[in-house]
Design a protein around this ligand. Structure first.
Ligand code: ADP
Ligand code: TRP
Length: 320
């Protein structure tokens, strides 16, 4: 089994990214035959058009990944832009991708509605994503629910290619954990970098505290019974807990745990949970040369595997 996923370096990571993407990926580490975790820096160019900002975000996200527990002896970690085969395959796939398929992409429409310029790159974003996945013949792709359509498009594109040129690509399956499919933000909507409603994964602890203490609540009286299913604090807090702990916290809410107390408990859980990762992050931050070596080694491994697929693709389409 080959597992692959990526995140764009387009802003500070939040706990929605952690629970929706990073943690489910880490669960495969050591179990999959190969696990790939890459930084989708080419994708980020569709929204980050400031060189200094992208450079900083790339460096940060690498440290974030390593801090969270991606182990370079078990996972292949690299920047997408270090393996030019991604863009080569993207071009070939784009010649088979129907315009209609891309026009139906919800994430493109949402981004344009939010004011992101409608560039050709933004429009063909799903084709690059298909290339990211198909290049390594990945069969499992752990992502949040918002990426489901992109995975369906990847499969459609792979089927088109296989039909046109003969069986070349494995069809990838998304891995979407229902319980973490949509992590709510502090306002109760989906947590997202672009909604300003995030609880940051790392960075200033004060900012995390401010975000947690600002989680929206309803107007129930302080000691009134609360409904954990409708309580954003609980919905976030449960992600950190075992089933038994979730049940006992839900019971506390039902017996009237004041929201303010619930927030303090969540803050403590958050700090304790991420403390060892924060420490590891600081260690890696002190060793930029070692980090660079990890990425270079990851890119070399990825490139060798990418070349295997590209050899077949170039042959199939008549480019070799
Ligand atoms: P954002 O919406 O903050 O820009 P990205 O689109 O960069 O996040 O998402 C990176 C990864 O994290 C994707 O796999 C995505 O599905 C996952 N993810 C992002 N936000 C959430 C969330 N609120 N709940 C669950 N998963 C999420
Ligand atoms: N589109 C994904 C996101 O916004 C990032 C991504 C790019 C990705 N290529 C990928 C995720 C390949 C999984 C597999 O989150």
């Amino acid at each position: 089994m080959r597992v692959l996923s990526g995140i764009q370096p387009s802003g500070q990571l939040h706990i929605g990214n952690y629970f929706g993407s990073i943690r489910p990926n880490l669960e495969f580490q050591g179990k999959a035959d190969q696990s790939f975790f890459f930084i989708a820096d080419l994708h980020a160019l569709t929204t980050v058009q400031d060189g200094a900002q992208l450079r900083e975000a790339r460096e940060d996200i690498v440290l974030d990944y390593l801090a969270c527990g991606f182990d370079p002896s078990k996972s292949i970690i690299y920047f997408q832009s270090q393996v030019p085969e991604h863009t080569e395959l993207m071009w070939i796939l784009s010649t088979l991708t129907p315009m209609g398929l891309l026009e139906r992409a919800v994430s493109y429409k949402e981004k344009v509605e939010k004011g992101i310029p409608a560039s050709a790159g933004l429009f063909t974003y799903p084709v690059l994503m298909a290339a990211d996945i198909l290049l390594y013949q990945a069969d499992r792709v752990p992502v949040g629910k918002d990426q489901k359509q992109h995975l369906e498009m990847t499969r459609d594109i792979a089927i088109k290619f296989n039909n046109a040129y003969g069986e070349t690509f494995a069809l990838p399956e998304p891995v979407i954990r229902e319980e973490v499919a949509v992590v709510p933000g502090v306002d109760g909507q989906k947590m997202s970098k672009s909604y300003g409603n995030t609880i940051p994964l790392f960075g200033d602890e004060k900012a995390a505290k401010k975000a947690i203490m600002g989680i929206v609540t309803d107007s129930r009286g302080m000691n009134d019974p609360k409904d954990p299913d409708a309580c954003v604090i609980y919905q976030i807090h449960r992600l950190f807990l075992s089933p038994a702990e979730q049940k006992s916290l839900a019971d506390e809410y039902r017996s009237g745990l004041p929201y303010g107390e619930g927030k303090k408990k969540l803050l403590q859980t958050y700090l304790d949970y991420f403390a060892p990762m924060r420490e590891r992050r600081e260690e890696y931050a002190k060793k930029p040369d070692a980090v660079r070596k990890i990425l270079d080694a990851g890119a070399a491994k990825a490139k060798a595997l990418a070349e295997e697929t590209m050899g077949k693709v170039r042959k199939a389409v008549g480019l070799s």
